[in-house]
Design a protein around this ligand. Sequence first.
Ligand code: BGC
Length: 414
Amino acid sequence: MTNKSLKIIKKYFNVSVNEMRKLAGDFRSEMDKGLAGRKSSLKMIPTYTKRPSGTEIGKYIALDLGGTNFRVLEIELEGSGRMSRPRVMKFKLNKRHITGSGDLFFGFIAGCLKNFLVKNKEMNSVRKMGFTFSFPVKQTEIASGNLVCWTKGFKVSGVIGEDIVGLLEAALNKKGIRGVRVAALINDTVGTLAAKSYEDKNCNIGVIIGTGTNACYAEPELGGMIVNTEWGNFDKMRRTVFDILVDSQSDRPGQQVLEKMVSGMYLGEVALKVIRAHVLPGLKHFNTEQMSAIESDRSNGLTVTGKVLKMAGIKDTTPEERLACREISSIISLRAARLSAACLEAIVKKIDPSISNRHTIAIDGSVYEKHPSFANNISSALKDMLGTRAARIKVVLAKDGSGVGAAITAAAAG
Ligand code: BGC
């Protein structure tokens, strides 16, 4: 790849400050339309819950289903923003679970909960439970809601349009679990926001940048009710031919457009297309984890990158080719961070137009946590847009908040 091609790619994927401002404006008008119940790429789903007060107490169970990782937790809230270290059991859903029938899917989840209860001698305890279910769900109240569509490669049959809590409770019954009642059904962004705001009163935005991506926030116009934006479906960005290709080869073309430019499930795919076109035509597969590894490579001659590319199907690479792959990866991950920052700016300004107060944005997810420069790139982009006012916005990693947040929301729901 020549220097000239690199320059062209850089320009092609660049999101300038002006573009970020324009995007933030478009995001805002999509938010307004969604809130008004008009047609919008943002679903803006009311969640029927507010941020916790920090005084919630008691022992709760949480189920946390984000992607193929599934966790069961038990946690004791101690009030004044404190809690015990949660008891956790982790499980993995395989392809059969995420592409099979609803019975199999909810049966598996209920089976995991049963394992947890039996192991901890809690089969007979009476507990309220929070259920984090990280997909677009149209809620009708805090403890029920219907699945709008699957994302992130899930295709479980017979669930779209159904009440998730009803399906889960039927599965719990079948497994003989009688003491556990679902008190809250929440999105993972809502869990992340609840967990952080339990201890930090300035936290009013929760975000996931992992396999999928999304954000929620406390909406002043709805008395502080949390609104799930489902921002992964935002679609007002300028796309490249590579994005259009990734989209057209995906499960649901035209849907989750921002998610396909930002989240871990797709970033590596976009990079793969660019690397194939400009550097290594024979590259077979490439994922976001490998992108992170390459961008973290500080070795002489980029030997780590060489190893990653070998695993991805190219035996021998020159130092120039390895460098080109790293440049391409960072161009694509930088774009993802800047797109996210533009949307975040729009949300902060929706809450507080002149940004006169302090705001904490809680973010979780593998891309945000593990990518070497994603977090810094978001902060720099916010500074680019807001100048000194960016100092009032604190962006923090809220690790594993989604499960804990479900327990807190269950407590608050009563
Ligand atoms: C889902 C969201 C979820 C996000 C992060 C997206 O694919 O639509 O509901 O919050 O992934 O897990």
